[in-house]
Design a protein. Sequence first.
Length: 336
Amino acid sequence: MCDGTIDCPDFSDECNSVCHRKSIENTGIMVCATIMGIIGTVLSLVQIFKSIYWDEPSKTDSSFVNKVFSTLIALGDFLTSSYLLILVAFHWAYQNSFCEKQLAWVSSWPCEIIGVISTTGTTITSLSMAVVSLFKVQGTTRGLRYRRSKDIDQKFKKSIPYGIGISFVAVSFAVTPIIPNFEDGFVNGITYEDAAQLFLGVMTKEKLLPIIQGYHGTRMITRSETDLSWTRIRGIVSSMFTTDNGGVQHKKLSFYGNDPVCLFKFFVLPDDPQLTFVWSYISLQFACFLTVAVCHTVIAVLVARNNSVDGSNLTSKVNRKIMLVCATDFCAGCRF
């Protein structure tokens, strides 16, 4: 009882007075998520509308670049904040009934959707932070912020590849785990309806194989367990039940269903088929963070050196603004 493994069809071994799981276990975390979600959504929307509709046309190359990437960062923050609000909404919708419905939730399409939203938003923000940091270093070393350009269309066209590239990478990482063709590398298990009491909780390949062998013997399985696809497993399991009432119904426990909050699966085991994908994403996030850290360190050094040189083009007021922007950008990237 209360060991995280479902042994009873009615979930009474895991959902009782002793252990009763919620989607967000800690009230303080739930309150913080709500506040951060509301503030983040409002501020990101303000920034997006400000950049698109309210700001004056950019007069320099650097100001235009900053506007473009500020909008992308705000879009990423909006998606991340929306994820928090949606998660809190589902938390209140389930409330005390979540424990009994946890398998239905983690194997549902809304869980997949908010997982995609969260991953997309985080990736857009981190990549945009890294790229704009590189532009800021270029602007500081080459005086880009003082070069005026009247050809707004040309500057816009130059910015398109960056926006498309960042969006493509972000969406690719977010959507790949839920593509049906890749299910053998990302599906963590299958859940069956209550009528199929032979299968309790999340059924992994390791759990299903002995049951299949016990029912069919070895004649149904001609390949090793590691090569047995989910399509093959579902077909074999379906043949074990009558089709008079539609057969046995199942749902996939996808990549984002590894936890009730439907986040990217960062923690993997050495034998996990998702190991390479997860570490690729973690490496990308680390590279972005490292880029932001190095670039802002370089900018800080250049600004400090510029202050000590007579006849500098940068006034102390401008220097302070640059340092403030660097500090806020770095802090914003730290959470990734």
